[in-house]
Each structure stands twice: as C-alpha cells, then as structure tokens.
Design a protein around this ligand. Structure first.
Ligand code: BLA
Length: 487
C-alpha cells in the first residue's frame, strides 16, 4: 500500500459500524428477502418495534413494489411517497446490497432549505477546467444551500487539493489552493464513496443509534447513507468547525478523481429527491469531463505523430541508438524538459546533460529493473522512493525499459533515463499534514490535526513533477524505438 495511506486508518471497517445516524432508520433484508437488521428507532418511522420486523419476509411486510430495484449492487430507487398505513410522509430509498439483499433507508420527508434546482450543468465549452469546476461548485452551493462547497481534486500521489470553492458570506476563511494529505480520506472510505451517489452527514455531533439483528452478525452498511460517522472523522469535522458535511464523488473512467465537499457550521439536511437531483447533475458533469479528457488525449496522440517525425529522422540517420544518442538525447531533453538523458545497454552507458553518478545509477537500476514490472516508471523524489539512493545531483527520473530480444530481466537490456534536478518549491497545506498521535477512544492513535490554517512546506529533494501526459509520450517513444530498431 502507498505509504501516504496509514495502516491504522485503513483498518476501521466503516461499513460494519453496527450503528446508524439518528435522523432516519434502516431496514435490511438478505438475498432471500428476509429482514435481518433494523434500526432500534424503526417504530418512530414505520410504526412497529424492531422485533415485529425481524425475520419477516420484506416483500410481505413492506409491499413488493417498494422492493423492486435493479440486481446490480448499488442499484438505487427513490420513493418520495407515503407508505401505506403510516401517517407521516417519508422519503424512502431502496438499494441493492452487495450480497443480493436490499437496504431500505427511511427518512422523514423534509422541505429543502436550499435554493431552486433549475440551473443547468455548465456546458463544457471552455478548456479551462478550473473555471468549469468553479461554476459547478457555485451551482451546487445554490442547490444545497451549504455555506462552503469545494471541488477537492485527488492528485496522482493520493494527496488532494481544493481547486474550486464557493463560499457564502458567513463562511470563515478559504481553502482554495490548499493541499491535504492522502490520509485525511483513507482508501477504505474512498472505496465506499465510489459505490454511492453521495455521503450526507447532517449532524456530525449527533449520537448514533444501534442496529438490531436476527443474530450477532454485523449488517453490511456499504450502501446505507445512514452509516454512522467514523469517530476519527467526527473529530476532524469538529476541528474544522463543520457540523454538517455532504460529499459527492466525481468519477472519470471508473476512478474516483475528486469529491465535491460541502460544509455547513450548523446541522443541515436535504431531502432524498434533492440529493438525487444534485447527484444526477454531477454525473452528467462527469460525462462531459470524460469526453473533454478523451478529446484532449486524442489531440495529444495526433500531435505526437508530428512531434516524433524529428526523432524518426535522427534514428534513420544513424546505424544504432548509441551513435544517434548525442542528437536523440538533446531532443528528449527539450521535449521532456529534462536536465539529462542517459542511454544504458547492459553495462554500457552514454548520455547528455546531467547524468547519474555510478552508485546512483546502480540504485535506480536495481529499483527499476528488478523491483517492479512497469515499462515506464517515474519518481519525483528519488531519495524518498529508491532504497539506498546516495546523495546525487539528480532528484527525479523518468525511466523507460526495453527488454532484451526474446525477453529477459535484471539490469540488462536497454534503459533510458531522463533526469531532473531538484526544484525547491513551496506547498501550501491546509494545516500541518503530519498527523499528531493523541489519546482518544481509550487508545493512543493517529488523530486529525487541530488546525487547518495555511501551513507552508518548503519542498526539498523533489524535482518538477512528471505528469501523465509525459508518461504517455514516453510509452509512445518506446513504440517508435521498437519499430525503428526492429527488436
Ligand atoms: C472522510 N475526510 C473524509 C471525507 C472528506 C474528508 C471530504 C468524506 C466524508 C465527508 O463528506 O465528510 C476530508 N474534507 C476532507 C478534506 C477536506 C474536507 C481533506 O473538506 C478539505 C477541504 N481522517 C484523518 C485521519 C483519519 C481520517 C488521521 O484526518 C484516519 C485515521 C479518516 N476521513 C477518515 C474517515 C472518513 C473520512 C474514516 C470516512 C468518514 C465516514 O464516511 O464515516
């Protein structure tokens, strides 16, 4: 696992908390349709106490139509309608569980405090994605009435940054441009956000209530938005001065690339239909972002053919890669903004610009050729990422490997290394990202930080970051070399 995610935070089985938020209730049936768990407060909503529900066939107890939902885990249907025989109007959501059963979430029908829902998704007619995100968060702020709405983008290294923020006049300070460490949102939590349309915490300080079950087994609350809030996250929100939090996933190509995070200093909730409306708009927004990304990639690939024509000419003007390297290396340094370009073949090394010292090359070779299987590999901070990396003029590298004809591994075959020197820069964090260890819940453990005030880190030992487009370019270079050198 990436060291940026802390083992301790990954151990909390969030979906098996056994408790729910107290503003609604839940009823869970297994794949055979038998009710296995309900909230202890079920009588407040559905009229009968828990023991009258447990063990019954859900379709008989609730009506068949209420339980009609797609077969895929996570398939969801809303019923903003009265349940027969129940006085109050209720908002109901039924969701297909991972085990084939259903999870019925029951909430009181609420009037939405947010603004009108008429705004459309901003059309993706601009290339400036941050500006599009800004319009999007403004729209979400209008529709939800939350005081602060942020576009929280996950970086490739797992940390995140606020790239757009809408704030009402009573929101204190701004998080725009600040970075937050990966550990603030553990992978185990990210995996739950992928599976649901939103996560609504109306009052983070509310005491959760118990679920009761037919037996001792814990109910799977993966698809239940009433899942109680992790105690460590309760502290986090309290330290941020946030009472109510709402987040929506932003998915691109099946990956969670961002969250829309909404904050309010008072307890606040929205109706299920309103949440569904906002969620649908965001899904449409994700689709338009995905098509923009595809277009950008296609343009980049088209451009590559043109960019590579010069290299092709260089290669064709020489008998082998070694004699082409003085020219080829210069071309690579320009294209990749690298400080140096080294060509290694078994023990032979040649290069232009800033190159690895022999010991540094040995450490990098050991990492790239034996430790991992990727053909293209990049590191922004070698002394952090490569074991036994000695002091060096080089801070980061992008490597490309071409195995020997007929395969083979070890530090042999062709390796191309593009180097970058240290680039000292400042990162503005939302509070010191090093987690304090404190006593809570009866044990010492990692705790959320107390202050989220801007905290500047002077980053030493990193190069200017390699990006995914450069990695794509490197893979294309590999293709070209394979064609031209006829491996
Ligand atoms: C969940 N942490 C979250 C969530 C966010 C953040 C958005 C999703 C739940 C929600 O909507 O509130 C973090 N919120 C942020 C960040 C910003 C923000 C970065 O607004 C920036 C502006 N948290 C810690 C530590 C741990 C931890 C040390 O600081 C683990 C030990 C855990 N975060 C944690 C857990 C959850 C979480 C367990 C899941 C909470 C839940 O859904 O119950």
């Amino acid at each position: 696992m990436d060291k940026r995610f802390l083992d301790q935070c990954e151990k909390e089985q969030l979906h098996l908390s056994g408790k729910i938020l107290p503003h609604g209730t839940v009823l869970i049936a297994d794949a055979a349709g038998k009710i296995t768990h309900v909230g202890v407060n079920i009588a407040e909503f559905l009229g009968h106490p828990a023991e009258r529900w447990l063990g019954r066939v859900a379709a008989e107890a609730l009506g068949v139509t209420l339980l009609e939902v797609g077969g895929q885990p996570g398939a969801t249907k809303l019923f903003p309608a009265a349940l027969e025989g129940v006085q109050d109007r209720l908002d109901l959501m039924v969701c297909r569980a991972e085990n084939g059963g259903v999870v019925l979430t029951v909430l009181p029908d609420r009037r939405d405090p947010g603004g009108p829902t008429t705004g459309a998704v901003p059309p993706p007619n601009s290339d400036d994605t941050d500006a599009l995100h800004q319009r999007m968060v403004q729209e979400v702020a209008e529709q939800t009435g939350f005081q602060r709405v942020m576009f929280y983008r996950f970086r490739e290294d797992g940390d995140g940054e606020v790239v757009a923020e809408a704030r009402s006049s009573d929101a204190y300070g701004s998080y725009l441009g600040l970075r937050f460490p990966a550990t603030d949102i553990p992978l185990i939590a990210r995996n739950l956000y992928i599976r649901n349309g939103w996560r609504m915490i109306p009052d983070a300080s509310a005491t959760p209530i118990d679920l009761v079950g037919l037996d001792e087994s814990a109910a799977d609350l993966t698809h239940c938005d009433l899942r109680s809030v992790s105690p460590v996250h309760q502290v986090y929100l309290a330290n941020m001065g946030v009472r109510s939090s709402l987040s929506f996933p932003i998915m691109l190509g099946g990956n969670l690339v961002a969250l829309i995070a909404c904050h309010h200093t008072e307890a606040r909730t929205l109706s299920l239909p309103r949440l569904e409306q906002v969620s649908q708009k965001l899904r449409a927004y994700c689709l338009s972002l995905a098509s923009k990304q595809t277009q950008r990639r296609m343009n980049l690939l088209d451009g590559l053919t043109h960019r590579f024509s010069e290299t092709r000419m260089i290669l064709r003007g020489h008998d082998d890669l070694f004699s082409a390297w003085p020219e080829m290396g210069q071309w690579l340094m320009r294209e990749f903004q690298a400080a140096g370009a080294a060509l290694c073949f078994d023990d032979q090394v040649t290069g232009v610009g800033t190159l690895f010292e022999p010991e540094a090359l040995q450490a990098v070779d050991a990492k790239f050729c034996t430790d991992q299987s990727d053909l293209v590999w990049s590191a922004d901070s070698l002394h952090r990422q490569v074991p036994a990396f000695p002091p060096s003029e080089i801070a980061g590298v992008m490597g490309l490997r071409i195995g020997r004809p007929g395969g083979g591994s070890g530090a042999g075959g062709i390796r191309i290394y593009l180097t970058r020197s240290e680039h000292i820069h400042e990162v503005a964090w939302g509070g010191n990202p090093d987690k304090p260890v404190e006593f809570h819940d009866g044990a010492f453990g990692i705790a959320p930080r107390r202050s989220f005030e801007k905290w500047i880190e002077k980053r030493l030992g990193y190069c200017r970051a390699w990006n995914s487009e450069e990695r794509l370019l490197m893979l294309k270079l590999r293709e070209l070399l394979l064609q031209e050198l006829r491996f």
